[in-house]
Design a protein around this ligand. Structure first.
Ligand SMILES: CC(C)(COP(=O)(O)OP(=O)(O)OC[C@H]1O[C@@H](n2cnc3c(N)ncnc32)[C@H](O)[C@@H]1OP(=O)(O)O)[C@@H](O)C(=O)NCCC(=O)NCCS
Length: 148
C-alpha cells in the first residue's frame, strides 16, 4: 500500500473525516457543520491523505498573513507512525510561508505526546499554557513556529 499525494479536502470527504475525528478527539470532536464551515472560508486550506483510495488523514490551516494557525491534524489510528502526519504538516507550513506568513501558531492538548513531539520536531515552541482548556486537567499548549 502506498500513500497517495495529499489533495484538497472536499465536502464529500466529511463523513470519512468525521469518522477519524471522533476517534482521535472523542471529547472535543468537531461536527460535520464545523467542517462545512471551515471548507467554506477562503483563508482555509484543508488537505487529506489517502491509502489505496481510503481517506486516512487530514489537516487544515487558517492563513491570515503575517500569521497562520494550524486548525487540526489527525491520522487514523491504524496508519500512525508512517510519516503521514509530518507530511501533511510540512505541506501546510509551505502553504503558510508561501502566502507570506512569518509565524504559525497552534493549540494542542499538552498530554498528547505524539502531537507535541511532532510539532517540536517541526520547529514549534511552547509559548504559553492554558489550564483545563480541553476540560478538567486537560491543559492546552499554545505553540509557535517562526519562519526559519
Ligand atoms: C499527532 C499525529 C497527527 C501524528 O501523526 P503520525 O502520522 O502518526 O506522525 P508521523 O508518523 O508523521 O511522525 C512524525 C513525528 O511525530 C512524532 N511522533 C509521532 N508519533 C509519536 C509517538 N507515538 N510518540 C512520540 N512522538 C511521536 C515523532 O517526532 C515523529 O517523528 P519520527 O518518526 O522521526 O520520530 C497522530 O498521532 C494523531 O492523529 N493523533 C491524534 C490526533 C492529535 O492529537 N492531533 C494533534 C492535535 S491537533
Amino acid at each position: 500500500m502506498t500513500v497517495n499525494d495529499a489533495r484538497p479536502m472536499r465536502w464529500w470527504d466529511i463523513p470519512d473525516v468525521i469518522s477519524i475525528e471522533e476517534s482521535a478527539f472523542p471529547a472535543t470532536a468537531w461536527s460535520p457543520a464545523q467542517f462545512w464551515s471551515e471548507l467554506a472560508q477562503d483563508d482555509r486550506t484543508y488537505l487529506v491523505a489517502e491509502i489505496s483510495g481510503q481517506l486516512v488523514a487530514y489537516a487544515g490551516v487558517m492563513v491570515r498573513p503575517p500569521t497562520a494557525d494550524i486548525q487540526t491534524i489527525a491520522v487514523s489510528a491504524d496508519c500512525r507512525g508512517r510519516g503521514i502526519g509530518r507530511d501533511l504538516l510540512d505541506r501546510l507550513l509551505r502553504v503558510a510561508e508561501g502566502s507570506g506568513c512569518s509565524e504559525v501558531l497552534l493549540e494542542v492538548n499538552a498530554e498528547s505526546a505524539p502531537a507535541v513531539t511532532l510539532y517540536e520536531s517541526a520547529g514549534f515552541e511552547v509559548i504559553s499554557r492554558r489550564s483545563s482548556y480541553y476540560g478538567p486537567g486537560q491543559d492546552a499548549f499554545i505553540m509557535r513556529r517562526r519562519r526559519p
